[in-house]
Design a protein around this ligand. Structure first.
Ligand code: BF8
Length: 626
């Protein structure tokens, strides 16, 4: 009963019941075991940054052994979260960049968007001329690698922001020099005996988070160049996509380099035939977490579920292989899969998991590696035990694939943030200016066990669209929307206000737009920048907001922080571990507004969070309409 209330997803509830019957453990069960979580950790006032500690701040011990107060400790912990997030997103981008360097005509990885490559090369200051497209790709890859470790000067990607933003960042001393450097700076500044000034710690974290934005932008752009810019495409979402007599391969994790190759390998006639030979009707690929988002955006591959459903997918007993690379993978999958026939296959040296089957994936032997992995999955079909299979009934349909190009409806000139043809953004700006749509809100991010899974996302999104706010979404928030039919234009009338529903009808879009994975939050910033530039306005003046109502990862903290640094107010539905420092709360949820034009807002009640967002956007509208 208690466990049933920990998610609002009806399929998940069915699977939790099955988990109990099967005698297997899930995150939900473990959460019940944690009756009280550590109060020091929750408030961010535990310091483990040196061997004299851990030191914990309380009325009796108001300072750590070195004398660090609660503000210093919270600030250091916060900055380290930003660094953790930036490292993850940017290292993903680094792998994509290395893959770009491996592209060859006719090879495993090729250039699918030469025009986008040329635009981006030009943006980076690389002479395009009539260079061979692959030579150009390799040059772009080298230049992007410089973004990680440029020894002097600042990141070229800063130019993706408005001039006013760039000037402001310079003035505040938070313009990115190089991604790795900003991460190293945070680790250094938060070492014992370094920064003990909360304002400086927040700004150092912010600078690093802007590095996260640089990395994410590179990840998005280069993925589009190699794998294609997403266009609207039909998909299905939720655990029922696993139904039927197909070999089920779930791709879970983040980087499209592996998953794109698995898609290509599983489409080969030899693999399809092998699937038939073992008694299956075919192969169903589906995704979980951001790999799922990348694949659904580019291929319409079905979304099996979100972060909180990764265990539940295995518990259906219908999954031949869960193939993972990096990030957001529960280590519990190793033990869990031993109760079923599922092969839990890890592929990255960065995410080796004891008890998994390790099949290392190398980009330079990508297709061969992918074929070996797919074959392994297919051959496991014969081990499926019908008595253990229960696939829940529900799934939704939807249309996904709204890259900025798809939204703008034009394939060029978007990457370099200089739009030549202002008209391309006009329809969006017109409906915003006229008030038919009141604002645009990015509802993004994870599921968090501190709230019933999906509740905050769904409640917030429904409130917003009901009141004529267009919602754009990425990450697990996007999966929630897809699972609940909010990515179907046909449902706009049912859920959206009159203005938004009319726009959906006219422009042929659903009321909630899927913009991709978490690195693709860079697309949202890009659109805001383009709108601001074409209107000659500043980003903080736009009727837009960001929200992560169920955030949980360090990546989400880094994203939230760069969204704020970009001048977009960010609304969280779960309190970050900063409340142990009154100064941290004052700065993050207030004073940043004076510095960068936006700040964080927190409310753990989703309805109230929606109201805060809508009220704040409405307050910006008179100025925007002028
Ligand atoms: O990067 S939304 S739970 S899957 S961290 Fe993870 Fe959060 Fe999902 Fe993608 Ni993003």
């Amino acid at each position: 009963e208690q466990m049933q209330n920990m998610t609002i997803d009806l399929n998940s509830k069915v699977m939790l019941e099955k988990a109990e019957k099967d005698g297997v453990e899930t995150m939900y069960k473990r959460k019940l075991g944690y009756k009280v979580q550590c109060g020091f950790g929750l408030q961010g006032i535990c310091c483990r940054n040196c061997g004299m500690g851990p030191c914990r701040i309380s009325a009796k011990t108001p300072r750590g052994l070195c004398g660090a107060d609660e503000h210093t400790i919270v600030g250091r912990n916060y900055a380290r979260m930003c660094a953790g997030g930036a490292a993850a997103h940017s290292d993903h981008a680094r792998d994509i960049t290395h893959t770009l360097a491996l592209t060859t005509p006719g090879g495993d990885y090729q250039i699918k968007e030469p025009e986008k490559l040329k635009d981006f090369a030009q943006f980076l200051g690389i002479e395009v001329g009539d260079k061979d497209i692959y030579d150009l790709a390799h040059e772009v890859a080298e230049e992007c690698l410089m973004e990680f470790g440029r020894p002097f000067g600042t990141s070229k990607m800063m130019k993706r922001a408005t001039q006013a933003r760039q000037d402001l960042w310079k003035e505040l001393g938070i313009e990115v020099r190089a991604i790795d450097r900003e991460i190293a700076t945070v680790m250094h500044a938060t070492h014992i005996g370094c920064c003990a000034d909360i304002e400086s710690l927040v700004l150092t974290g912010m600078r690093c988070s802007l590095g996260d934005w640089v990395g994410s932008s590179i990840g998005t752009i280069l993925s589009d160049i190699m794998f294609g810019t997403p266009k609207p495409v039909h998909t299905e979402a939720n655990l029922n996509v696993l139904a039927g007599n197909n070999v089920n391969i779930i791709l879970h994790g983040h980087e499209p380099t592996l998953s794109e190759m698995i898609v290509a390998a599983s489409e080969l006639p030899e693999m399809q035939e092998l699937a038939k030979e073992v008694g299956a009707d075919g192969i169903t690929l589906s995704g979980i977490c951001c790999t799922g988002n990348e694949l659904t955006m580019r291929h319409g591959i079905k979304i099996a579920g979100d972060f909180h459903q990764q265990e539940l997918a295995i518990i259906t007993g219908s999954v031949e292989a869960m193939i993972v690379d990096v990030q957001c993978i529960f280590p519990s999958l190793a033990e869990l899969s031993t109760h079923y026939h599922t092969k839990f296959i890890t592929t990255s040296p960065k995410a080796r998991i004891t008890g998994s089957q390790y099949m290392e994936f190398h980009e330079d032997t990508a297709m061969e590696d992918a074929k070996t992995i797919v074959r392994e999955a297919i051959m496991n079909f014969k081990n499926r035990d019908a008595s253990k299979v229960l696939v829940p009934d529900l799934k939704s349909e939807g249309v996904v694939g709204f890259s900025e190009n798809a939204i703008v409806g034009k394939l060029n000139n978007v990457v370099n943030t200089q739009i030549d043809d202002m008209d391309t953004l006009k329809p969006l700006i017109d409906v915003l200016a006229s008030g038919v749509i009141r604002g645009v809100v990015g509802v993004v991010g994870c599921n968090n066990a501190k709230t019933p899974s999906n509740y905050n996302h769904l409640t917030l999104i429904k409130e917003l669209i009901k009141n004529d706010f267009l919602v754009v979404t990425t990450g697990c928030g996007a999966s929630v929307a897809a699972k609940n039919g909010l990515m179907l234009k046909e449902n706009a009338k049912k859920y959206a206000g009159k203005g938004l529903a009319t726009v959906c009808e006219l422009v042929d879009i659903p009321p909630v737009l899927h913009l991709g994975s978490c690195v693709d939050n860079s697309r949202i910033i890009n659109i805001c920048t383009l709108v601001a530039q074409s209107l000659g306005m500043e980003v903080p003046d736009l009727p837009v907001a960001g929200s992560a109502p169920e955030w949980m990862s360090e990546k989400a903290i880094a994203i939230g922080t760069y969204v704020v640094a970009n001048g977009i107010d960010t609304y969280l539905g779960v309190m970050p571990p900063v409340t142990g420092s009154s100064r941290a709360v004052e700065i993050l949820c207030g004073e940043l507004k004076d510095k960068v034009g936006a700040c964080f807002h927190v409310n753990e009640d989703a309805i109230e969070l929606a109201k805060m967002i809508m009220d704040d956007i409405e307050a910006k509208r008179p100025h925007f309409e002028e």
